[in-house]
Ligand binder design. Structure first.
Ligand code: PGA
Length: 265
């Protein structure tokens, strides 16, 4: 039976593009998609710029009534107070932010984020009505040992600890094998399906078949317009978290338009 999940293409800009460049890229992306008559209700398109760009992106999206959504790359686990450098979920929500990436592997590796902190950030985001895009995925050593499924599912368990079924159902998970991020080394469609399917299975165990069916599971790691369609053809892949290829309007628009590609269909 066909599922009812709306595919999501989210562009993680990482620490690239200032607020002027952000306005330019979002405008170009919106025009490119408009020219292609993109149906945003069929494939949702979201940009995830640095914090300092969000106000400019909000102003543009509101003024031009763009259908492109936007998210933040991180969120604080705390609600307010003496946390120098942190940004709260409420602050993001005031800027009309609808998504927040949580637990990206770069934050886990370079900023020592563990499953407990990731879980706290998931709660903080949901508490402000921001949908967390929860990143999970194994490194090369774990993949070589063949332990990618158990490793990734343990991260899923950590992220959803104490999260209600209702909140879980509106969350997004991004399976991003660390060895495929920014390396040009894309996982095969079967690699992506293996872990994305296992994640959905774990959600059914933790919650119910309904929750498992509702959650969108994205793939991330060197996604490009040339490989997206064959990955999206897999049953349990509901979209992509795109890094490098989201910095070019035409390339990211082509990724969002994967349904018109011939590959893998
Ligand atoms: P990449 O990054 O597409 O450049 O591999 C993906 C990500 O880190 O979200």
């Amino acid at each position: 039976m066909a599922n009812t999940r709306t595919p999501l293409m989210a562009g993680n800009w990482k620490m690239n593009l200032d607020h002027h460049q952000a306005t330019h890229l979002v405008q170009k992306l919106a025009w490119t998609l408009k020219d292609a008559k993109h149906d945003f209700s069929a494939v949702e398109v979201v940009v995830v710029p640095p914090f300092t760009d969000l106000r400019s992106v909000q102003t543009l999206v509101d003024a031009d009534r763009l259908e492109v959504g936007y998210g933040a790359q991180d969120v604080s686990a705390h609600s307010k107070g003496a946390y120098t450098g942190e940004i709260s979920a409420t602050m993001l929500s005031k800027l009309g932010v609808s998504y927040a990436v949580v637990g990206h592997s770069e934050r886990r590796q370079l900023h020592a984020e563990d499953d407990a902190l990731v879980g706290a950030k998931v709660k903080a985001a949901l508490g402000a009505d921001i949908i967390p895009i929860i990143c999970v995925g194994e490194g090369l050593e774990i993949r070589r040992a063949g332990d990618q499924v158990s490793y990734t599912l343990a991260q899923v368990d950590g992220a959803f600890d104490g999260i209600s079924a209702e909140d879980a159902a509106r969350s997004v998970i991004a399976y991003e094998p660390v060895w495929a991020i920014g390396t040009g080394e894309v996982a095969t469609p079967d690699d992506a399906q293996e872990v994305c399917g296992a994640i959905r299975g774990r959600l059914a165990e933790l919650y119910s078949a309904e929750v498992a069916d509702a959650v969108r599971v994205l793939y991330g790691g060197s996604v490009k317009s040339s490989n997206v369609a064959s990955i999206m053809a897999k049953h349990d892949v509901d979209g992509a978290l795109v890094g490098g290829a989201s910095l070019e309007a035409e390339e990211f628009a082509a990724i969002a338009r994967y349904q018109s590609h011939q590959v893998g269909l």
